[in-house]
Design a protein around this ligand. Structure first.
Ligand code: F6P
Length: 359
């Protein structure tokens, strides 16, 4: 019997368990293979004894569709090529991973991850001659060559619902509500939620903005007779002059967030209304997967197993034009899919009178 492995890597999101379930169903039911789930991303193959679970169909009931997070766990700070050791040093542990793969005796590896994981795992697999298939996931939806990554749809629903909940309290208190959403260096969650939730201002890292233009928009809304305004900002946005708020105000290397507070402090001096800030944070990653994410995850999982069966390796499954397809992992690794400043979403936002930057 063929043996395959699967792991989840990088930040978690909703729909990972649905993808695991689909892989196990397809592999066992259709091909009669054995499926090994590796715990905590690449770590499960680096540890001795190896840390894994063999799946059987009793472990992958429909409840997996409803369950957020990943039952396998995922550690996202342990790049095996530069693994942080307890004494503060960094060690190349990539050979441990390759040896672990061989010890487990699997013939191919399915990696569910974002662009960073695709890059690292692809390098690991090349080093070890390990056949790999990738499944894209990230609430940021920034993996290249796929319209959707697992987790985005659920995160968008959470952000949209947050706007729905902020609107009535904004109206009651005549306030400017600022909602800071995740998305790392791109604005997919922000622009989609802003359009769906009826925001007045949406700021995304892809388009520079001015505080004056935001203030003007808020005054315009008030002149039109509305006593409140809704502003959505992507965490990756910089200050008006292009400085990273994260390093300026919240400290630390790879930390996002803080732009909401920055905007509130500036805008309060420029407009008459009171401002309040909501930082949505990790609630966007958790919770029950949306129906859309369950469907995308299921389709990706089934297709990934079929790719292995066809011997099509080194590929990532992708959603394009309403269909699942596959692209070379090397085309994806290290790239970011950003919002096109003149694409459909940006033009729709402008058409609705939303201020999305520049001017
Ligand atoms: O990439 C997914 C993401 O949730 C980003 O939107 C966010 O900036 C980051 O991960 C948060 O990372 P962590 O879970 O390490 O705080």
């Amino acid at each position: 019997e063929k043996r395959i492995g699967i792991l989840t890597s990088g930040g978690d999101c909703a729909g990972l368990n649905a993808a695991l379930r689909a892989v196990v169903h397809r592999a066992i039911r259709n091909y009669g293979w054995r499926v090994f789930g590796i715990r905590d991303g690449s770590l499960g193959l680096m540890e001795r004894p190896l840390d894994y679970v063999e799946f059987d169909l009793s472990l992958v009931t429909g409840d997996m569709l409803r369950l957020g997070g990943t039952i396998l766990g995922t550690i996202n700070k342990g790049d095996p090529f530069a693994y942080p050791m307890p004494d503060g040093s960094v060690k190349d542990r990539s050979q441990d991973f390759v040896d672990g793969y061989k010890e487990l005796g699997i013939e191919a590896l399915i990696v569910i991850g974002g662009d960073g994981s695709m890059r690292i795992l692809n390098n690991l697999c090349r080093k070890g001659g390990i056949p790999m298939v990738g499944i894209p996931k990230t609430i940021d939806n920034d993996v290249a060559h796929t319209d959707y990554a697992i987790g985005f749809a659920t995160a968008l629903n959470v952000a949209g619902e947050a706007i729905d909940r902020l609107a009535p309290t904004a109206a009651s208190h005549h306030r400017v509500m600022i909602l800071e959403v995740m998305g790392r260096d791109v604005g997919h969650i922000a622009i989609n939620a802003g359009i769906a939730g009826g925001a007045d201002v949406v700021l995304i890292p892809e388009i520079p903005y001015t505080l004056e233009a935001i203030a003007r928009k808020i005054e315009e809304v008030s002149a039109e007779g509305r006593n409140h305004a809704l502003l959505v900002v992507a965490e990756g946005c910089k200050t008006e002059t292009g400085q990273a708020v994260t390093t300026v105000q919240t400290g630390g290397e790879n930390r996002y967030g803080g732009i909401g507070q920055y905007l509130a402090a500036r805008l309060e001096k420029m407009v008459e209304a009171e401002t309040r800030v909501t930082v949505l944070g990790h609630v966007q990653r958790g919770g029950m997967p949306s129906m859309r994410d369950r469907i995308i995850a299921s389709a990706f999982g089934v297709y990934a197993v079929d790719l292995i069966a066809q011997g099509k390796l080194g590929r990532m499954v992708a959603w394009q034009h309403g269909q699942v397809t596959d692209v070379p992992i090397t085309d994806v690794a290290g790239l970011t899919r950003a919002i096109d400043p003149y694409g459909t979403l940006a033009q729709t936002a402008r058409g609705l009178g939303i201020y999305i930057g520049e001017m």
